[in-house]
Design a protein around this ligand. Structure first.
Ligand code: SF4
Length: 233
């Protein structure tokens, strides 16, 4: 854990315990960043059980799948929560698409980062401004870029606020057991071979035996498969 703001967590490390501690300490200046992954939905469910008025924000990049919107609505209704939606600045998207077309992100890593920066990273910064902590559904197993994830971190990229990753040591199987046990909604693309879902043009289904994130930016090397939302200094 990094030095900085007071986030001296000393609990037992179980996801619910971490969330109870974080919500007691930071609510209402704490919010879940939700992309409606199974991990995010499990986390939202746990948070609602602790505090019905939890804050959840989501980023509508403008390139999401229809199934993701349907999942978002199902989650909103099932958990009885309001979702704070954030959009990219329309001027930036207009300029990008007018100059470089609709699929510039396929041309180079820099071009992909440019699109993610406009559509995801900048809206995330707006969503986090004013918060003291944010919660994610990240897991260590998901990728090489997340292997050293802590459950409680300082987010130095976003002003040193706390970043809470309660499912850091969970397996995918455990996440799905929770979804099934509580009959929670999930993105129906998961039934069509999509273990990890982002924007529609940057996500494909994976073959049996492929890494679960192989379908994200499939034209890039594994160490580049982050959109900039979860980078560290
Ligand atoms: Fe753009 Fe693809 Fe990043 Fe979405 S995932 S913001 S479409 S580059």
């Amino acid at each position: 854990m990094n030095e900085g703001r007071d986030i001296d967590y000393r609990g037992n490390g179980e996801a619910e315990d971490v969330l109870k501690w974080a919500i007691n300490k930071f609510h209402p200046q704490i919010a879940l960043a939700c992309s409606f992954s199974p991990e995010d939905i499990v986390t939202a469910h746990m948070m609602v059980e602790i505090q019905p008025n939890i804050r959840v924000f989501a980023i509508d990049t403008g390139r999401l799948n229809e199934e993701t919107y349907q999942c978002a609505e199902a989650v909103r209704r099932r958990l009885g929560i309001n979702i704070e939606w954030y959009f990219p600045k329309h001027e930036a998207v207009e300029e990008l698409e007018r100059k470089k077309g609709l699929f510039s992100f396929r041309t180079s890593l820099d071009a992909r980062h440019e699109c993610c920066n406009i559509r995801k990273v900048k809206p995330l910064s707006r969503a986090l401004s004013g918060l003291e902590a944010w919660v994610t559904g990240l897991r260590q197993e998901q990728s090489v870029t997340r292997a050293k994830l802590d459950k409680v971190e300082h987010d130095d990229v976003h002003g040193g606020i706390a970043k809470i990753n309660p499912l850091a040591d969970w397996s995918a199987e455990r996440v799905w057991e929770h979804i099934k046990k509580f009959n929670l909604p999930y993105n129906k693309l998961h039934d069509q071979g999509y273990p990890s879902i982002g924007c529609a043009p940057c996500t494909r289904a994976v073959e049996a035996g492929e890494h679960p994130r192989a379908g994200r930016w499939w034209w890039e090397d594994p160490e580049h498969k982050e959109c900039g939302l979860h980078i560290k200094n």
